[in-house]
Design a protein around this ligand. Structure first.
Ligand code: KIV
Ligand code: ZN
Length: 511
């Protein structure tokens, strides 16, 4: 059996499906490029039949990615498969990933179908997809709660019809690592044509077992792991890419496998995701959290100083946590900024580099040292934001005292037309949000408000993330600025712009 494990990243599909993790098209393309630099083998770019926006994003990713295979997910239905193929066909290495549920529970209550009907649909779907490409993956949704012998039959038939990868998901995160490994071993032993396909695993984290089950299944013979950056995904998420990869790398005797991952890109990739979805990496997150390599207690510090391996099983450098490189300052020219941004993996037009350079200059007037993190925040804000319906022009804040409550005066554009207003609030942030809401004529509920310093130092930029809700719709926005009130205004407007965009998209769905 080959020792090569293929890393299938589904951050842009299963990950993006999780509430509050939606990304716009440019952000998705940027993240896909970062995943490509990380060395993942397959990027699942989305579910093209879900909406026009999903289709366009998958198509754009397919065109942008240089090395990795690009997969589009589709139900086992001809129209879905056609749509997925149209979205991925221009990729250098396109893949169609089709699925249908195989557990008694799903077949009866979700699909309303008998096992034989499901078997026929699976065969027909793979045959249909195989007319377009020989790179077809089939997933048996809720496989871990399916009848093992029915799964054997499904796997044999879809492999006969042309599936090159058969995925056995633990869709609801129910399996325990040892029983999941047993299932994989059983399939490999009993599926008569198993040598013609790779077995893949896809674990959700509902019981906190996603990474453990993935690792156990690899030991049992699976050779593709479906994972997401930071483990984002439906409900409690998926197996975390960085954890699966670093288990393999740190315990080679236990996991004698090879992957194509450039592990020093793990932290940059996860940091980029965190910034895009506006969800900071938790400090104690394995591999990428701020505390993952911090040794606080005296005994540990002493041990590490004497010999690093006393308390360190991997180095921060190996996952790309080499510390803050000071990159730019007041006198950095456009060329240097363009080069630095390109080194970080962004491909920007001259016009975009100019936008970034102007923002760097503005920031450098108030903050001496500009770090990678600052630059990345600027690029995401200046270049990757969705076209703004609402745009902030000026903001003046009065913090308030015994006589007058906090006041915000806002000048902003709404669809290119200037509006001005002044309103009060309980605090300055409340005053800003109230004023913007009055101008827009919509008062969403603020569900989450987070402030995070992008780098160390009292002159660090504050990064604010907000989550707002209007009826059924939610949107996340982020903004950064050395002044956290300004950062709050930018984040709130970014969320309002995303909300407006999602309403617009819902009004012209594709299916
Ligand atoms: O969790 C799951 O079963 C899935 C499949 C569609 C692969 O995401
Ligand atoms: Zn899933």
């Amino acid at each position: 059996m080959s020792d090569r494990v293929y890393i299938f990243d589904t951050t842009l599909r299963d990950g993006e499906q999780s509430p509050g993790c939606t990304m716009n098209l440019r952000e998705k393309v940027r993240l896909a490029r970062q995943l490509d630099s990380l060395g993942v083998d397959i990027i699942e770019a989305g579910f093209p039949a879900a909406s026009e926006g999903d289709f366009e994003a998958v198509r754009a990713i397919a065109e942008a990615v240089e090395n990795a295979q690009v997969a589009g997910l589709c139900r086992a239905m001809p129209a879905d498969i056609d749509r997925a193929w149209n979205a991925v066909k221009d990729a250098k290495h396109p893949r169609i990933h089709t699925f249908i549920a195989t557990s008694p529970l799903h077949m009866k209550h979700k699909l309303g179908k008998e096992p034989d009907q499901v078997l026929k649909m699976a065969e027909a779907a793979v045959r249909h997809a195989a007319q377009y490409t020989d790179n077809v993956e089939f997933s048996a949704e809720d496989a871990s709660r399916s009848d093992w012998n029915f799964l054997v039959k499904v796997c044999e038939r879809v492999i006969d019809c042309g599936a090159k990868v058969v995925n056995i998901p633990d869709t609801v995160g129910y399996a325990q690592p040892d029983e999941y490994a047993e299932l994989i071993a059983y399939l490999i032993k009993n599926v008569s044509n198993q040598d013609k396909a790779i077995f893949s695993v896809h674990c959700h984290n509902d019981l906190g077992m996603a990474v453990a089950s993935t690792m156990a299944a690899l030991r049992a013979g699976a050779r593709q792991a479906e994972v997401t950056l930071s483990g984002i995904g439906e409900r409690a998420g998926n197996a975390a890419l960085e954890e699966v990869v670093m288990n393999i790398r740190t315990r080679p005797q236990h996991y004698p496998f090879e992957t194509n991952i450039a592990t020093e890109q793990l932290y940059p990739a996860n940091r980029l995701l965190a910034r895009i979805i506006g969800r900071p990496i938790p400090p104690t997150k394995a591999i990428t959290g701020d505390n993952a390599f911090a040794h606080e207690s005296g005994i540990h510090q002493d041990g590490v100083l004497k010999h690093r391996q006393t308390y360190e099983i991997m180095t921060p450098e190996s996952v790309g946590r080499a510390g803050n490189d000071m990159v730019l300052g007041k006198h950095s020219g456009r060329h240097a900024i363009g080069q630095k941004v390109a080194e970080m993996g962004y491909r920007l037009s001259d016009g975009d580099v100019e936008l970034v350079a102007n923002a760097v200059k503005r920031l450098a007037d108030i903050k001496k040292n500009i770090y990678d993190e600052d630059l990345e925040a600027i690029v995401l804000e200046e270049v990757f934001r969705i076209p703004d319906k609402y745009r902030l022009k000026h903001l003046h804040i009065q913090s308030g005292n015994m006589d007058i409550p906090p006041t915000a005066a806002v000048v902003m554009d709404v669809d290119g037309e200037e509006h001005k207003m002044t309103t009060f609030g309980v605090g300055p942030v409340d005053a800003v949000f109230n004023t913007i809401s009055e101008i827009i004529g919509q008062k969403p509920v603020l569900e989450q408000y987070l402030v995070n310093a992008i780098t160390g130092g009292t002159d660090a930029q504050g990064e604010v993330t907000v989550k707002i809700r209007a009826g059924e719709r939610t949107a996340v926005g982020r903004g950064s600025d050395p002044d956290i009130i300004f950062a709050s205004a930018k984040a709130f407007l970014n969320a309002m712009n995303r909300l407006a965009k999602s309403v617009e998209e819902a009004e012209c769905p594709v299916l």
